[in-house]
Design a protein around this ligand. Structure first.
Ligand code: NAD
Ligand code: UGA
Length: 457
């Protein structure tokens, strides 16, 4: 069994630390966020991720998992160090500040024995090589200490399951011994192992997320065509998905993709192409289509209501997808902003993320956790996230709470017939022939962001 230091205790770092501890390793997890570490030391996980808290608690109790804010509290000669810090966008590019800071603290602390240093954060190609050079420079080492790339593919809401049952394990290294050592850490995991160079490994990660985003924007554009020709996109996706070369996953049309990674990594890949003199037309359009999806839904609702000014709308689902409290780049946020811009009075509702969203909206949007309360007196409800709690709603009761029962299903997750039986006017995505949308009051930038245009009146 190995001694492992994990830097960063967010979605990826905490799951990595807990899962490696569960495999029998001794893991120290470092995070600069004192409040987070304070909670973790008491066995409290400050993010909503199924299975994670009991896993953390079990491994802390067995003495295999510990938390600190200071890397100097950890073993100076661990077998492995996993860097799992955030890599947010800064403008159009991935910001490597946290990665640099993590490596700088490592360089000053690691004993000469040289642990295997692994980057799990999503980074542009070339970063592992750059960090290897930085480590060697800072430690005045003679040769360059290899840094291994081992990108992570877990999904929020299924993070523990995905870490333990990945579709593949990617290891990018210039040094075969380092690659074998990292591969050996995963010996209990049954998944195809791909050994490659660090830049290819780093690019596999970005390209995978950009491809998933492309699939979603593709089906969303087809959904618009379905509305024009009177076809049903859910049946279309099924029909396409049975072709193994296409696959059914990520063909759910809806309000668009969100989260901390698909938008960021698609943008990062676009910028990378521009930086290398390539034309990123495909991905630019992927982002543009995604930016338009919430607008299209608002257009349909505006048309159905004959205007949005003064209308009361409940948006059900604030997290970017179910089973997480993460609201980063959540489509619900764009929806709410646009509805408010067009004069509607909006309430948000989420069984888990309601509190976090209320904080993010700084009190400008009332955020609740009960859909029946949120729907009271509303002219319409918009389903933005397909939480099981919403899919199991009593639609008759919901309709009775409302002043006008209109249901905009931004996830195509509610049976239109059941909604209609309950008295709703049902509006889905790509599921029916719809009237032409009202004129947009907003424009979409190349990056798929909304920019409001001044009215000429
Ligand atoms: P996160 O924001 O949830 O967590 C990052 C953590 O790193 C924070 O707790 C922060 O305090 C900590 N940190 C920053 N600098 C530090 C330092 N110098 N020392 C110690 N701790 C430090 O981020 P995340 O969602 O876990 O993502 C981490 C990386 O993994 C990103 O590159 C992301 O793109 C990638 N990724 C994320 C997911 C996901 O589902 N969230 C999946 C795969 C890959
Ligand atoms: C995504 C990838 O799926 C992970 O493999 C990757 O590790 C991760 O990003 C990352 O790099 O952080 P995640 O962001 O957790 O995972 O969420 P997804 O399940 O991919 O969903 C992303 C968004 O796409 C959500 O808003 C979801 O509602 C939307 N989506 C997904 C659709 O609109 N249609 C679909 O068919 C599928």
């Amino acid at each position: 069994m190995s001694n492992i230091t994990v830097i960063g205790a967010g979605y990826v770092g905490l799951v990595t630390a807990a899962c490696f501890a569960e495999m029998g390793n001794s893991v120290a997890c470092v995070d600069i966020d004192e409040a987070k570490v304070g909670f973790l030391r008491r066995g409290i996980v400050d993010l909503y991720e199924p299975q994670l808290e009991p896993l953390v608690q079990r491994n802390m109790q067995s003495g295999r998992l510990s938390f600190t804010t200071d890397i100097r509290d950890t073993d100076p000669s661990p077998d492995f160090v996993f860097v799992c810090v955030g890599t947010p966008l800064n403008g159009d590019r991935i910001d490597l500040t946290y990665v640099y800071t993590a490596f700088t603290s490592l360089a000053g602390f690691l004993a000469a024995s040289a642990a295997r240093v692994v980057i799990k954060s999503t980074v542009p190609p070339g970063t592992s090589k750059e960090m290897a050079a930085l480590l060697s420079r800072m430690r005045n080492a003679k040769g360059v200490q290899p840094v291994v790339s081992n990108p992570e593919f877990l999904r929020e809401g299924r993070a523990v399951h995905d870490f333990q049952n990945p579709n593949r394990i990617i290891i990018g290294a210039t040094d075969a011994c380092a690659a074998e050592a990292v591969a050996d850490l995963y010996r209990q995991v049954n998944a195809p192992l791909i050994m490659t160079d660090p830049s290819t490994a780093e690019l596999i990660k970005l390209a995978s997320n950009a491809f998933l985003a492309t699939k979603i924007s593709f089906i969303n554009q087809v959904a618009a065509l379905c509305e024009s020709v009177g076809a049903d996109v859910t049946e279309l996706a099924q029909g396409m998905g049975f072709d193994h070369r296409i696959g059914r996953d990520f063909l759910d049309a809806g309000v668009g993709y969100g989260g901390s990674c698909l938008p960021k990594d698609t943008q990062a890949m676009t910028e990378l192409m521009v930086a290398h003199g390539l034309q990123p037309w495909l991905l630019q359009h992927v982002m543009r289509i995604n930016g338009e999806q919430p607008l299209r839904l608002v257009d349909k609702l505006e048309h159905a209501l004959g205007g949005l000014a003064g209308r009361r709308i409940a948006v059900l689902g604030l997290a970017f997808k179910p089973n997480t409290d993460d609201i980063r780049c959540a489509p619900a946020i764009s929806l709410i902003n646009e509805l408010q811009f067009r004069g509607a009075e909006v309430r948000g509702c989420d069984p888990v993320a309601w509190n976090r969203a209320a904080y993010a909206f700084r009190g400008q949007v009332q955020c609740l956790h009960d859909p029946y309360v949120a729907a009271q007196g509303c002219d319409a409800v918009v389903l933005a996230t397909e939480w099981p709690q919403f899919l199991g709603m009593d639609l008759h009761r919901l309709a009775q709470e409302m002043s006008r029962p209109i249901l905009v299903d931004g996830r195509n997750s509610i049976d239109p017939e059941k909604a209609q039986e309950a008295g709703f006017t049902y509006i889905g995505v790509g599921r029916s022939r719809l009237p032409a949308p009202a004129k947009n009051q907003a424009a979409i930038t190349e990056r798929g962001e909304l920019v409001h245009v001044e009215s000429s009146k």
